[in-house]
Design a protein around this ligand. Sequence first.
Ligand code: ASP
Length: 325
Amino acid sequence: MKKNILIILTGGTISMKAKGSLGVVPSSELADVLREFPQLDSVANVEVMDYLNLPSPYITPEMMLELAKLIDLKIIDYDGVVITHGTDTLEETSFLCDLVLTTRKPVVFTAAMRSGSDIGLDGPRNIIGAVRVASHHDSADKGVLVVMNDEIHTARDVVKSDTGKVDAFRSIGYGHLGSVDPDAIVYHRAALYRENVWTDRLETRIDLIKAVAGMDGKFIRCSIDSGARAIVIEAFGRGNVPQNIIPNIEQALAANVLVVISSRTYTGRVLSEYGYPGGGKHLADLGCILAGDLKGVKVRLKLMALFGKYQDPDVVKRFFLQSRN
Ligand code: ASP
């Protein structure tokens, strides 16, 4: 029996077209195209909700949370939900939804690297793939999924790894969860680590700072002065930073601002290993939190959800330390 799937449109290149000298810009045609899309009919009973039409660089964490609340409400009446989104912040919106959603039904994000005016456009194929995945019984209880280029990824692992190629979305270091083949949806592995932060509010005063050679502490100072509750530092390698920002890190910790260390490398965990000043062990000994293998942009969102729910930095820290780090 065909499943009932809701497609929620939020914008992005999948909803865009080239308009002469304006370049590639939002267009309003996707909803109508999907309502008349014959290939979808054979896959599922599809309804389309024209929710937003924004370039995804405009999507804020508050909008991500509103979208998650909408999904949780709407999915009661459907077997699964597909969300179309811009690729630029897809990994963030899908991850925030993964944290806060309470449903166990399939929730699948998809997008396009090529606009509706491009040759070899990937959007229609990705939407059909996403609807097929959302309709599949094996897709339940796997957390939020991302379907791009015939591959299924978890929201936690997926990254946009290329600015323009159709295979830009990768689960680097882990591999994709499954494949969208012409005859079947095939899962290859399990998503062994999942976590939820069921909150209905976010604390957005969380900053992300990338470590670079020779950096000074001005961004950390600015962050403390502007009232940040936590600062994520995308450190080098295993979680190391230049020693001249240590006084600024100590200043943040003294002001009860959590300092959370992730890595700017593509794969692997940060670790309490190097004991020299600024090394990961030294930072952990100072009271910084090591964020495991979670990438900085996702650590920031996790902190927004945790602070939104618990407010108290000690509780947030305890929750973080119990996560898979
Ligand atoms: N700039 C676009 C967006 O994220 C890129 C895309 O969707 O591929 O909205």
